[in-house]
Every structure is written in C-alpha cells, then in structure tokens.
Design a protein around this ligand. Structure first.
Ligand code: NAD
Length: 296
C-alpha cells in the first residue's frame, strides 16, 4: 500500500532511507535545513518541502532522522500541531531513552501516535536498504510502521513500549564498543608477544573470542580484507558516532545506578579518541591509540 510520508532529516542516513521509500512506491515529502541535502534527495525523487511544517501537513506518517535528542524534541514541538490527528510519528534518530519517551508523550498529547525506531547498519545499510530497525511503541503503531521500515531495512524488531528501541540500540552499541576495545587490546598484546595478526585471527575467529568486532570489522589490516583497517580506517562507523552512543549508554547506566564499569570506561576512551585522532576515523582505529600508548 502506497503511503504519504514526511521525511525530516535527509543527511547521510536519512537521504538514502527516504530514497528507498520512494523506490518502494511511497510518496515522500522531504525537508532538511541543508539545501544541499534537500536537493540531493529531490534529485532522487523525494518531493522537497519548504519547511518541516509543510512536509508534515497531510502526511500519514512522519519519519525523522536527526542528529540528536535536542533536534528531535525541538522539531516535535514545532510540527506535532501541524499534522493530521492520528498521524504516526516514527523517530529513527539515535537519542537518549528519556528523550525518546518525552518525544513520544509530546506527540501523543497532541493527538498523534508515536514510535522510536533507531537503526543499526550505517550509511552502507541505509543505501542498500539492509538496516536493522529496533522499534519501541504500541503494537498498532509498530504494525503500521513495519512495512515502511521493511522498505528501508532487512530486519525490523519490536523491542517493547516507548523508548525500548533506543534502549536496545544503546545496549547493543555498548557491547560493540567494549568488544572493539577487547579485540584491539588482544591484537596489541599479541604483537608484544610475537603473535601474528593472522594467527590470532585464525584462532579467535573460530574459538570463544569470536565477535563482530573481530570477524567483520577487524581492527588490524589483513585478516578481513573488507574491514576499515585495510583502507586506513576510513569509516565505516565513525568514532564520533560510537562516542555519542556510548555517552548515551553511560548516562543511562549512571542514572539507573547500573554498575557498567567497562561501559563507562569504554565511553571515556571513545570520547577521548573521537575528540582527537579518531575524529574522522572508523571506530576500529582506536587500536592505533592503544598501540601508541603501550609501553609508555
Ligand atoms: P547527518 O548529520 O548526516 O544528518 C542529519 C541531518 O539532519 C542533516 O542533514 C541536518 O541538516 C538535518 N537537520 C538537523 N536539524 C534539522 C531540523 N531541525 N530540521 C530539518 N533537518 C535538520 O547525520 P546522520 O549520519 O544521517 O545520522 C542521523 C542519525 O542517525 C543520528 O542520530 C545518528 O546517531 C544515527 N545513526 C547514524 C549512523 C551512521 O553511520 N551515520 C548509523 C546509525 C545511526
């Protein structure tokens, strides 16, 4: 069934996601503060709107893909009143669980319906429509959004009520950040012990050390030819985005009184790396920092 969708935030992720909705036969009215992003999407079949409010008027579903919680909450403040009552608002940005719940109640108290639906899979997944969506909200909202999300991704998981999608996202990325540090430290330790990268890879990738950070995004060049390490750590998943997600996880752990020692430490390590040499690198490049700081 073809739907009329307002898509706000047409950046690295939102641009290709909106275009995939167009390819699936939906009418997509897009808006972005950046004229260049709006034009790129318009060139690929998205109908450009002059404002977010204009994009939202008459839409059946409103999808947002914005940098952070602040932008989502400010935008919701502006646009929930401009939509038809009952319009479904699906926010795909990565934001704090508390912000997702505030956005949800802001939409619902204006007579709308809401879902948080952050994604995993990066720009490559956004372009190829192979993202994983983690959704939080009611059954009815999920059922309505699912066909649209499926047109932009490969897997759509209903994680629970409002905020549960964001919770799943930050918990997953905390695992990912910690495991990338673990794999990187193991390679650097192996180097100091005279162990080749390939030998450690051949053992750990088929033994109990196996994980995505090793077998897909291997932080040293060689064992996995498609990993960012083989292209001088060009992202991939950029370190500042990992630092952002770990910061959200660390805040949630602190405010919930959760003893996530490795999660908190990993958030610190990535914040420092992203603010320095990792600013434009894939998050696996942190192996170089660990190597450089070893033996000091
Ligand atoms: P981006 O900066 O490329 O895109 C965000 C877009 O939002 C920009 O084009 C910006 O102009 C626009 N924007 C900001 N405020 C706006 C407003 N008020 N109205 C209209 N447009 C506005 O960021 P991105 O890489 O596309 O990431 C978007 C979200 O997806 C973030 O929350 C990020 O954490 C998450 N995410 C990114 C990746 C990734 O690999 N890039 C992966 C998973 C999740």
């Amino acid at each position: 069934m073809s739907r009329t969708v307002a898509f706000i935030g047409l950046g690295h992720m939102g641009g290709p996601m909106a275009v995939n909705l167009v390819k699936a036969g939906h009418r997509v009215r897009g808006y972005d503060l950046s004229p260049a992003s709006l034009k790129a999407a318009a060139d690929a079949g998205v109908e450009p709107a002059a404002s977010a409010t204009e994009a939202v008027a008459g839409a059946e579903v409103v999808i947002t893909m914005l940098p952070a919680g602040r932008q989502v909450l400010e935008l919701y403040q502006d646009i929930v009143g401009a939509a038809r009552p009952g319009t479904l608002f699906a926010d795909c940005s990565t934001i704090a669980v508390a912000d997702a719940r505030t956005a949800h109640s802001r939409a619902v108290s204006a007579g709308m319906r809401a879902l948080d639906a952050p994604v995993s899979g990066g720009v490559v997944g956004a372009e190829a429509a192979t993202l994983t969506f983690m959704a939080g909200g009611g059954e009815g909202e999920f059922a309505e959004a699912e066909p649209l999300l499926a047109a932009m991704g490969r897997k759509v998981v209903h994680c629970g009520g409002a905020g549960a999608g964001q919770a799943a996202k930050i918990c997953n990325n905390m695992i990912l950040g910690i495991s990338m540090i673990a794999v990187s430290e193991a390679f650097v330790l192996g180097e100091s012990l005279g162990l080749s990268h390939q030998a450690l890879y051949d053992v750990a990738s088929t033994a109990s050390g196996q994980c995505w950070a090793l077998t897909v995004n291997c932080p040293v060049p060689g064992p996995v030819p498609t990993s960012p390490a083989n292209r001088d750590y060009h992202p991939g998943f950029a370190a500042p985005l990992m630092a952002k997600d770990l910061g959200l996880a660390a805040d949630a752990a602190r405010s919930g009184g959760v003893r996530a020692e490795l999660g908190l430490r990993t958030a610190e390590l990535y914040a420092a790396y992203a603010a320095g040499t990792g600013a434009a690198e894939d998050f696996s490049g942190i192996v170089r920092t660990i190597r450089d700081q070893s033996g000091e």
